[in-house]
Write a protein that binds this ligand. Structure first.
Ligand code: URA
Length: 209
C-alpha cells in the first residue's frame, strides 16, 4: 500500500469512527485535506458548521481568514496538510472535551506519522496543548520550538482574530514570521533543544529566533 492509499485508509476509518459521542450528532467527520507529502501541517481545533456540512477542514469564516493569511506568506493551501485535533463537530461548536480529544488522538498520531511534516503549525489552544500542555497561548504564540525533531509553531486560532479585532494584527504578524522560522530551522547546525516529554511550561524562545 502506498502512502496515498494509507492516508485514504485513515480517512475512511475517521469517517466511520464511533469512538465518542460526537459521531451521534455529526453530519460527517472531517479527516483533513492536503497532500500526503506535505512539509507543513496545520492543526486546528474542531470542525464547525460548514466543515460538518462539507467534510473539509477550515471552509467557513475562520477558513477564509486562514486562506488569506496563507496567501499573505505565499503559502499555497493546496501544498499543506490541514486537520484538527478532533474530527467531528461538537454541538454548538462548544470546546472539545478531554475524552473526545483522547478518542481522536490516535488518528492525529497516524496522520503525523504518515505525513512526517517538517513543521506543525498549531492553531488555537487545544492543538497547542498537544505539545505544550501547560503553556499559555498569549505567552508562546508565534514562537517556534523543536519538539521531537519537528518544528512546532503555536499560533492563535484564526477565529480568535475574527472575534477579537485587537488580535488580528497579532495573528498577521505571527503569520508573517513563519517563512523565516521555517528557513532558520532548515539551516545546517540547527539542533533540537526540546523534546515533548520535557517541554517547559512556557519554553524559552530558541536563541536563534
Ligand atoms: N475551526 C477549526 O478549528 N477547524 C476547522 O476545521 C474549522 C474551524
Amino acid at each position: 500500500m502506498n502512502r496515498t492509499e494509507r492516508l485514504a485508509e485513515i480517512d475512511a476509518s475517521i469517517r466511520s469512527c464511533t469512538g465518542c459521542k460526537l459521531h451521534l450528532s455529526r453530519k460527517q467527520a472531517v479527516p483533513g485535506s492536503g497532500p500526503v507529502d506535505s512539509k507543513i501541517m496545520l492543526i486546528g481545533e474542531a470542525p464547525g458548521f460548514h466543515e460538518n456540512e462539507q467534510g473539509l477542514p477550515f471552509v467557513g469564516a475562520a477558513g477564509n481568514f486562514l486562506d488569506s493569511m496563507l496567501e499573505s506568506i505565499q503559502m499555497k493551501r493546496s501544498s499543506v496538510y490541514i486537520t484538527n485535533i478532533i474530527k467531528c463537530r461538537p454541538p454548538q461548536n462548544r470546546d472539545p472535551e478531554p475524552e473526545e480529544i483522547l478518542a481522536c488522538s490516535s488518528f492525529l498520531e497516524e496522520q503525523i506519522a504518515l505525513i512526517q511534516p517538517k513543521a506543525i503549525i498549531t492553531l488555537g489552544r487545544f492543538s497547542m496543548m498537544r505539545y505544550f500542555p501547560n503553556a499559555r497561548i498569549s505567552a508562546i504564540h508565534g514562537q517556534a520550538r523543536m519538539v521531537d525533531d519537528r518544528l512546532i509553531i503555536p499560533m492563535y486560532h484564526p477565529a480568535a482574530a475574527l472575534h477579537q479585532p485587537s488580535l488580528r494584527s497579532v495573528v498577521e504578524q505571527d503569520f508573517h514570521q513563519i517563512p523565516s522560522l521555517l528557513e532558520k530551522s532548515n539551516q545546517a547546525g540547527y539542533t533540537p533543544s526540546t523534546r515533548e516529554s520535557d517541554a517547559p511550561d512556557e519554553p524559552e524562545q530558541l536563541s536563534m529566533f
